[in-house]
Design a protein around this ligand. Structure first.
Ligand SMILES: *Cc1c(COP(=O)(O)O)cnc(C)c1O
Length: 225
């Protein structure tokens, strides 16, 4: 990716984010995570030089490779993929800034156990399958509050910071919007329990997500195209 392309991609996304967030309030801050899963380290470094600091991967081995190749830069790394139990230790060793994809109580408790052994704490989000799609992981929206509270109580080494969700995978924008609203409603109920991030919105729907209250978006293809 050329430097000019990175600057222009980032500029366009930031301009759209500004428009969407100012529609809510000038105090509504949205954090942009560059999802680099289809890109090489060289392109991540180009985007870093254009001003992007936070990146996310969906495979532990890719996160390891790229974070090691780019260790000279002060990057923030997020994990957004399905986490297999046999990869938990590898992920912990990479000290990710935020693990966004804790998708069950069972995974949280396994993750917590491995964190305790290593005497570490890691920030995480609970993933919610707000559109109830078979192809997606995450807890069911009606179970989310109880599971969130249960993780707080039983997993002292997980610093639970909020929720993550992927918008409904359909053409109808109203259905996508409903899935975002479902997530936001759950997030609002969890704010008194320490939730800070409502991570929702990707390249195709981040403006809609922000209009529904998202304060963290995960943008891949638009930034890296
Ligand atoms: C790939 C991915 C994204 C980014 O998707 P784009 O459509 O390329 O912006 C966001 N979140 C998750 C969990 C992903 O796997």
């Amino acid at each position: 990716m050329k430097k000019e392309t990175a600057v222009s991609n980032l500029d366009k996304v930031i301009t759209q984010v500004e428009g969407a967030r100012l529609n809510i309030s000038e105090h509504h801050i949205v954090k942009i995570i560059g999802i680099s899963k289809y890109s090489e380290s060289i392109d991540i470094s180009t985007l870093y030089h254009a001003g992007q600091r936070a990146f996310g991967e969906n495979k532990v081995q890719d996160l390891k490779l790229k974070s090691e190749e780019l260790s000279e830069f002060p990057l923030e790394w997020h994990f957004v993929g399905r986490l297999q139990k046999n990869k938990i230790n590898n992920l912990i060793d990479l000290n990710p800034t935020l693990v966004q994809s804790i998708d069950s109580l069972e995974l949280a408790q396994e993750f917590n156990k491995k964190l305790q052994v290593k005497n570490k704490k890691i920030s995480c989000l609970l993933q919610i399958n707000s559109a109830k799609e078979d192809t997606k992981s995450g807890v069911m929206p009606e179970d989310a509050i109880n599971i969130y509270k249960n993780i707080i109580e039983t997993c002292p080494n997980i610093k639970l910071k909020g929720v993550m969700s992927i918008g409904a995978h359909v053409e109808d924008r109203n259905i996508v919007k409903d899935s975002f609203k479902t997530t936001k409603k759950i997030y609002d109920e969890l704010v008194p329990f320490g939730a800070k991030y409502c991570s929702m919105g990707m390249s195709s729907d981040f403006e809609l997500a922000i209009s529904c209250g998202s304060n963290m978006i995960r943008v891949g293809s638009l930034l890296f195209k």
